[in-house]
Ligand binder design. Structure first.
Ligand code: SAH
Ligand code: SF4
Ligand code: F3S
Length: 453
């Protein structure tokens, strides 16, 4: 048996990447991936646990899908991703009509699980330990975009006091460099031009594991540290124009990393490095492993080597114990750093994390207020940064027409800014073009194509 499958995906880029692997494994087993839920024999919700809201969204969707089985009796409904890993069979108890729960480390067994359900053997729970090994090579689908995400580090060895990720993604495991390079090389052959290397603490790559195998080519590197070495190896892949990575941590911002970004042409002038807070007291309670000064030094070191580095970040407001003073310190520091963009999250207590035991001290209204204040600051800051780009000509990697208006095309700069432009006719998806910026908004730049490269 086989059939058509539809995915709902929530969560981070890593989860998106898992969704792609799952889809590719299913295609290899004879399933078809469809773009409309209505057409699907199998509907899978790919979930995130990082905040309560993210789980609520997935739970709401699962409730609707479980109920929809009265209208679609033959339909198979399943759940994967971090919430599936966290809650396991409890999800089956909660939703009558749910057919399977599959954890993050068992994803390669998805086709078997679906078949088992379709043959009447359901419901199935396939959730192992979070850090079980997955197949070394991760499959991917034919790219529709010139952009792709590639895992280099699974799990996380940090223990930030608020975070659920280590418990759902397990201990840190670095992928073998050989497997990473093989995956990227294949993708580039299929038209990918911009690759983001993924890891929760991406700069920790290869620090506590052997990643080079017996491939002596790596030893001729001028870098000693594993992550810059990997960047160098990835940068050598022909026709790969852009390499970026996320998420960074101040402890990984070494001189070697600064040189790597400055000297390896494909490595983009863009870093996403979550700050979370700029109060040392709160950072300590968050167990982030850096002080405000260490964050500042890390950024100073990188900017000395890469003056036009675009810096983006994440901030949590309303962490237990966060006072008005702590918040104002974060606000001021964000201005000092001049972040190009910032994602602001309201603190959400996650079951089983140390911070969840401390109790909340900031009301929902106050979290909302702090959230709005930081968003407004960031809008102003992004606008000012973008205004300075007006009149400049920037390299844009073309992603395609916008969904709402097919006349307007969009792409990204090396600094990861979205640029919208009218297609003069000759521009195609995956082209690298020069766009002259004419107008700017906080999240978008607008311009005209100056020339095809
Ligand atoms: N590994 C990355 C972050 C992964 S989670 C890093 O540490 O840099 C993505 C973002 O979600 C975090 O940067 C943080 O800002 C936010 N986040 C994580 N747990 C949260 C929680 N319990 N409540 C609110 N936001 C949270
Ligand atoms: Fe969570 Fe901290 Fe690991 Fe990021 S570094 S995934 S916030 S534990
Ligand atoms: Fe990502 Fe959410 Fe899991 S942020 S790692 S999908 S908990």
């Amino acid at each position: 048996m086989s059939g058509s499958v539809y995915f709902h995906t929530y969560g981070c880029q890593m989860n998106e990447r898992d969704g792609e692997s799952a889809a590719a494994w299913l295609e290899e087993s004879g399933f078809r991936i469809v773009e409309e839920e209505e057409e699907a024999d199998v509907v899978i919700v790919n979930t995130c646990s990082v905040r309560e809201k993210a789980e609520e969204k997935a739970l709401g969707k699962l409730g609707l899908l479980a109920a929809s089985k009265r209208r679609y009796p033959g339909r198979c409904v399943g759940v994967m991703g971090c919430m599936a890993q966290r809650l396991g069979e409890r999800l089956l108890e909660r939703f009558k009509g749910l057919d399977f729960v599959i954890g993050t480390s068992r994803l390669h067994r998805l086709a078997e699980v679906i078949r088992c359900v379709q043959e009447g053997g359901g419901p199935v729970v396939e959730v192992g330990e979070a850090e079980e090994e997955r197949p070394e090579l991760e499959p991917f689908r034919k790219p529709v975009h010139p952009i792709a995400f590639v895992n280099i580090l699974y799990g996380c060895n940090r223990r930030c006091s608020y975070c659920i990720v280590p418990s759902v993604r397990g201990k840190e495991r670095s992928r073998l460099a050989k497997a990473i390079l093989a995956e990227i090389t294949e993708r580039v052959l299929k038209g990918v031009r911009d690759v983001t290397l993924l890891g929760q603490d991406v700069m920790a790559y290869g620090r506590s594991a052997a990643v080079w195998g017996d491939d002596t080519a790596f030893f001729s590197s001028r870098f000693r540290e594993p992550f810059p070495r990997l960047l160098e190896a990835v940068s050598r892949i022909p026709d790969l124009w852009r390499v970026r990575f996320t998420s960074g941590h101040p402890s990984g911002c070494t001189d070697e990393l600064a040189w790597a970004i400055a000297e390896l042409p494909p490595v983009c002038e863009h870093l996403h490095m979550p700050l979370q807070s700029a109060s040392d007291r709160i950072l300590r309670r968050m167990r982030r492993g850096y002080t405000v000064e260490a964050y500042r030094e890390a950024v100073t070191r990188l900017r000395a080597a890469v003056p036009n580095l675009a810096l983006t970040t994440d901030v949590i407001v309303g962490f237990p114990g966060e006072t008005e003073n702590d918040f104002e310190a974060t606000r001021a520091f964000m201005d000092e750093m001049g972040f190009d963009n910032a994602f602001i999250f309201k603190y959400s207590a996650r079951p089983g994390t140390p911070a969840a035991a401390w109790g909340e001290t900031v009301s929902e209204e106050e979290k909302q207020r702090r959230n709005q204040v930081l968003l407004a600051d960031q809008n102003r800051r992004s606008q000012a940064i973008h205004d300075r780009l007006i009149g400049q000509t920037l390299e844009v990697l073309v992603e395609g027409p916008s969904l709402r208006n097919a006349e307007r095309w969009s792409g990204r700069t090396r600094t990861n800014k979205i640029v919208v432009f009218p297609n003069p006719g000759r521009v195609q998806i995956g082209d690298r073009v020069l766009v002259r910026i004419e107008r700017a908004m906080p999240q978008t730049l607008y311009g005209e194509v100056a020339q095809n490269e």
